[in-house]
Design a protein around this ligand. Structure first.
Ligand code: ADP
Ligand code: MG
Length: 352
């Protein structure tokens, strides 16, 4: 339509302006105002914050904005506290202390740190090491901002330090020990789900009847919305630039969902896609998958498993999920979609 062009440009300028404002707001610790979303007796309130270097959003059903605000702030505080304990990138976290003392001595840690280590080990066992959070030394060889490839020698040396079986956890004394020097535990593949679980516990303790927490792509929800409907989430189309393009959607019934994709953090060099989910056996970006979505009771499991199953590829991955009673939607590198049996009738597929 001829006459629409100036409007489109104006819309584009407006969009850029809004994006600039949003970028500034994202820089602030959090977006202050509560968004009122529904008009029934209990209402939905949502608030966002930037924690763990990512977008955290908490939506709750509550009787008043004060009740909602108190509960949401308590959930944010919990996630900030966990960030302080679990960050791989800062020097003062408990994870950093474990890494600094690799090959030297066991480190006393608090209950959440011990728990995330245990969950990570469990997921490594289930995925036969495809999920291996001791990939830390290898992760440090990759720079997705600079878009440079690691030096082969340095990558090889880093690979020698990857082995989840060398992590010793002593639950009685509450200590953790990485058995070889220069090993390093990277919480990046599991911490966001763990944070979502912890935030949900806080909201429940605050008496909130229904909520949805999303920490980046790791989401957990419980209860029903005030209008009686379930929380519905979409599974992204891994090859669309539109963040709102979904291949399917499903309702969460006191469950968590996580997606790991090769489109989250990547660069293309010489026609090849290099992304942030690494195969712990080669140190290279895993090749078998485009996107892996996992559904389970706990976001810690969905987060870690989506990363690990991504590495395994859909054929082996689907077996592992079914073996342990988890659900998933796996898209192979060839674009083929695989779905676990338990999701039959639950997925609403979008037309292509
Ligand atoms: P996102 O961080 O985009 O949500 P994931 O949950 O899949 O994606 O986690 C990817 C992160 O997990 C990487 O940035 C890295 O820190 C870590 N990681 C990469 N490969 C592995 C792996 N094979 N096992 C465990 N952690 C991994
Ligand atoms: Mg993950």
């Amino acid at each position: 339509m001829r006459g629409s062009l100036p409007i489109k440009i104006t819309t584009l300028v407006m969009a850029l302006f809004i994006m600039a404002i949003m970028a500034i707001m994202a820089g602030c610790a959090e977006q202050k105002e509560l968004e009122k979303q529904s008009q029934s007796t209990d209402e939905l309130f949502r608030k966002r914050a930037s924690i763990m270097h990512t977008n955290v959003s908490v939506t709750v059903a509550a009787g008043s904005s004060e009740q909602a605000d108190k509960a949401i702030e308590a959930a944010f505080s919990k996630i900030r506290e966990l960030e302080g304990l679990l960050s791989f990138w800062t020097e003062d976290s408990e994870i950093a202390a474990i890494n600094r003392n690799a090959g030297k001595k066991a480190v006393r840690v608090s209950a959440p740190t011990l728990e995330i280590l245990e969950r990570a080990m469990e997921i490594s066992d289930w995925t036969d090491g495809a999920f291996d959070a001791t990939v830390g030394p290898v992760i440090r060889q990759w720079d997705f901002n600079e878009q440079t490839l690691p030096e082969p020698e340095a990558l090889k040396a880093a690979l020698d330090k990857v082995d989840y079986r060398a992590l010793e956890i002593d639950t009685e004394n509450s200590t953790a020990y990485l058995g070889r020097p220069e090993m390093s535990f990277d919480t990046g593949g599991i911490a966001k789900g763990f944070a979502a679980d912890a935030a949900i516990d806080v909201l429940k303790a605050q008496g909130i009847s229904a909520a949805l927490v999303s920490v980046s792509g790791d989401i957990r929800a419980y209860g029903r919305k005030p209008d009686g409907t379930e929380w519905r989430v979409g599974i992204k189309n891994p090859r669309s630039d539109d963040p709102n393009s979904f291949i399917a959607s499903l309702s969460l019934n006191d469950e968590a969902i996580s997606t790991s994709g090769d489109y989250e953090r990547f660069f293309i060099k010489d026609g090849r896609r290099y992304h942030h989910i690494l195969d712990p056996r080669t140190g290279q970006p895993a090749e078998g998958s485009m996107s892996v979505t996992v559904i389970a009771d706990s976001a810690t499991y969905t987060d870690g498993l989506s990363t690990g199953i991504f590495v395994m590829g859909p054929e082996k991955g689907i077996k592992v999920l079914e073996e342990h009673g988890f659900q998933g939607v796996l898209i192979g590198a060839d674009g083929e979609t695989y779905i676990t049996g338990g999701l039959a009738g639950r997925l609403r597929m979008k037309k292509k």
